[in-house]
Design a protein around this ligand. Structure first.
Ligand code: HEC
Length: 114
């Protein structure tokens, strides 16, 4: 986390327009926004994925469940949903960088597993 935050300064224009790069290079959301995103994941995502993200209507979003899945495709899923399934798009609520942050937290198991 700290390492990413310290890299923030030089990661700007290059990432724009490239989701894969944005996922890897995304700036950290501010502290207050991180708290909001954490709340969003636990409440809104949790309503389908389980309050501890171990699964419900939607599949588990735990570190184990997401291991080996490419972050880019998970970020696309968060932003655009999965048409034909219950997974809705979230791009009206979170930016690409924020979706990338959420996916990183999920893959590191820092949001739901307590
Ligand atoms: C209305 C129910 C619902 C809500 C709310 C919801 N999801 Fe989902 N989500 C699903 C379903 C169902 C799937 C499985 C789609 C499929 O069959 O491919 C899914 C799939 C996913 C996947 C892909 C998992 C994988 O293993 O490939 C991710 C990541 C994900 N959701 C993240 C989120 C996040 C983050 C939020 C909140 C911002 C959220 N979801 C909110 C229902 C939901």
């Amino acid at each position: 986390m700290r390492a990413v935050a310290s890299r923030k300064g030089r990661l700007t224009a290059g990432a724009v327009g490239c989701l894969a790069a944005a996922a890897l290079l995304a700036a950290e959301p501010a502290d207050s926004r991180r708290a909001e995103l954490t709340h969003l994941v636990r409440q809104d995502c949790g309503s389908c994925h389980g309050m501890t993200l171990k699964g419900g209507l939607g599949p588990a979003l735990t570190r184990d469940a997401l291991r080996g899945k490419p972050a880019e495709s998970l970020i696309v899923t968060v932003l655009y949903g999965r048409p034909g399934t219950a997974m809705p798009p979230w791009r009206a609520f979170v930016s690409e960088a924020e979706a990338a942050w959420i996916v990183r937290q999920l893959q590191e198991g820092t949001l739901g597993e307590r």
